[in-house]
Design a protein around this ligand. Structure first.
Ligand SMILES: [Zn+2]
Ligand SMILES: [Zn+2]
Ligand SMILES: [Zn+2]
Length: 275
């Protein structure tokens, strides 16, 4: 399995749109890994996670093959993870589709409500151009060739999820946006009785502290220790940190220097890793 991180920032991006803080000014000057767009990742070449407004930028500059993708998991309804206006561009008059295959979107009731605020999406659903499946915490479903289990996240929207994704004996835990995992999620992962090959953790606060809604690096380490105790992670699991905010005052280089000491991969836009 492989994952490509197209966007690795929190809601406002790095540099944040209007911000003049030193981290944002540094990102504007330096470019490269210091610039972070909104959250999105692709598993292999065919399972997309989240659909922010920066999806179009990821298509243009990152090579995201959106026209070939048929399955999208949405973690939650915040706009940096879900931008319905551009999902609706799959409609007639905006897209000439090569085939009639439906684009399948999976998410919670909160995601459904957000999609329904868009005028066009219900029309596209009626024509099977888009199909939305409401998925429920701890109920495993199939998306293409993947077994996917939504797990409860601790985050301020209606029914936010983190996703456990499995295919051909490999597994991935995509764990943001969330604070410390809710007890039921830990219980599920304990009963699951397997070890994830890669975990991507919410590290919005970098070296600052946060236990609820998001996490910082110390909280990620605590979370990872707890996951090791229940057998869901081991020393062979690849641990990534992701979803960074400019407000923590750290550049990619600074965060990476620190994270490397503990064996964590600091994600950046365009980073791809096989596991
Ligand atoms: Zn977010
Ligand atoms: Zn800033
Ligand atoms: Zn969020």
């Amino acid at each position: 399995m492989k994952i490509k991180f197209y966007g690795t920032a929190a809601a406002e991006g790095v540099p944040a749109l209007y911000c003049t803080c030193p981290t944002c000014e540094h990102a504007r000057r330096s470019g490269g890994k210091e610039v972070r767009t909104r959250s999105q990742a692709l598993i292999n070449d065919d399972l997309l996670i989240d659909f922010p407004a920066d999806t179009y930028l990821h298509v243009l500059q990152g090579g995201l093959p959106l026209h070939h993708i048929r399955h999208i998991l949405i973690t939650h309804a915040h706009p940096d993870h879900l931008y319905p206006a551009d999902i609706s561009m799959r409609g007639p008059g905006f897209s000439n589709l090569e085939d009639s295959e439906t684009l399948r979107i999976y998410g919670s009731s909160g995601v459904w409500k957000e999609l329904m605020k868009n005028d066009t999406i219900p029309v596209l659903m009626a024509r099977n151009i888009i199909k939305f499946t409401e998925v429920h915490a701890f109920n495993t479903f199939t998306a293409g060739e993947y077994r996917v289990t939504p797990l409860k996240a601790d985050h301020g929207t209606e029914n936010p999820y983190i996703y456990l994704i499995e295919k051909e004996g490999k597994s991935l835990l995509y764990a943001h946006d969330t604070g410390y995992f809710p007890e039921e999620t830990m219980e599920f992962l304990k009963q699951w009785n397997k070890t994830v090959d890669l975990a991507s953790f919410d590290c919005c606060y970098s070296l600052k502290h946060c236990e609820k809604g998001h996490m910082g690096f110390d909280e990620v380490r605590t979370m990872a220790e707890q996951l090791k105790e229940i057998g869901a992670l081991d020393e062979n699991s690849v641990c990534c940190i992701n979803h960074f905010s400019h407000n923590n005052g750290l550049s990619y280089e600074e965060m990476n220097k620190y994270a490397k000491k503990y064996g964590y991969l600091t994600t950046y836009d365009g980073m791809e890793t096989e596991f």
